[in-house]
Ligand binder design. Sequence first.
Ligand SMILES: O=C(O)CCC(=O)C(=O)O
Ligand SMILES: [Fe+2]
Length: 359
Amino acid sequence: MLNNNISTVSVEQLPIIDISSYNEELKKQIVSKEIENACKNFGFFYIKGHGIEQELIDRLERLSKKFFSLDQSTKMKYRMELAQKAWRGYFIVGGELTSGLKDWKEGLYLGTELSDEHPMVIAQTPLHGLNLFPTSQEEIDYDIVGFKDTILTYIDKVTQLGHTLMELIAISLNLSPDYFSSRYTQDPLILFRIFNYPSIINDNNNKLGEGSETIEDKVEWGVGEHTDYGVLTILYQDNVGGLQVHSKNGWISAPPIQGSFVCNIGDMLDRMTGGLYRSTPHRVELNRSGRDRISFPLFFDPNFNSYPTEIEGIEQIQNKDDSSSRWDHFNIHSFKGSYGQYLLNKVGKVFPDLKNNVL
Ligand SMILES: O=C(O)CCC(=O)C(=O)O
Ligand SMILES: [Fe+2]
């Protein structure tokens, strides 16, 4: 029975791991073995049996769709420039870049809600602070009552899931269950995003998609190829699809599976494990479905001020330095700085104008 899920899937399919009742000792060992295989072979896996209520997820999806259907001028009341260093708020379609190219999506950047009294905010730590939420009156006016509460509850629950998964990942590496939490993620940096990928087919106002005359405005992807920066990404996607993963055998799709999250390894876990658990490249196809696609990635990241280093005694692999084939040609195994330094360098490239103004 061990690894049942893994052994039966073809290379074209990502593993689906059921973590229900993971607290039982035997089940914990089985699940962490499944995680080990998934991380070594794919760097991606689905999680089901996570205990997060579908009602909460559905409510988040419904309210978020409503938010993105508001007038552009209304959404711009929450634009990222207004949150300054906290790096939160709304950005327009084409506002975010991957590898220098515009992504065909709009979005809302969010994170753990930290008041002005929080020590990290007092220290003016970038990417920490308050979110840019509509007020209670605005929620009534825009018919999105509960938007803020739903987002904060979701962030809280998925963060708890992140802690559980990090414990299972530690066990999968034969480390003590609190290996990551005691060093990096007790107070994780949580970045949460809600992305809306408009379908270019029904979008009559499309100026950037197919048929565009200007080469620099040509958009080819919902999100271009990249890896994520932290330790673990936990993504919920609606039923449209479009996420693709670069497996060892080429690009494969990661279609929506009802009630599950897609999880993937980020650069810092790649670094800590000496490349044993790779941060796998992925991308999102340009949405041609005729319906908007919405997705909710939560980035469970090391503390901003921590210095991720390689786990002592970790199994050594050949070709640890994969910079020549990486999308950004970066050798994460020779990086010596804090996670915050790594992250600022990355996010600065995603929003170059904002970086120049606020960071
Ligand atoms: O929207 C998705 O499915 C994936 C988004 C993503 O890869 C990211 O934000 O890093
Ligand atoms: Fe990603």
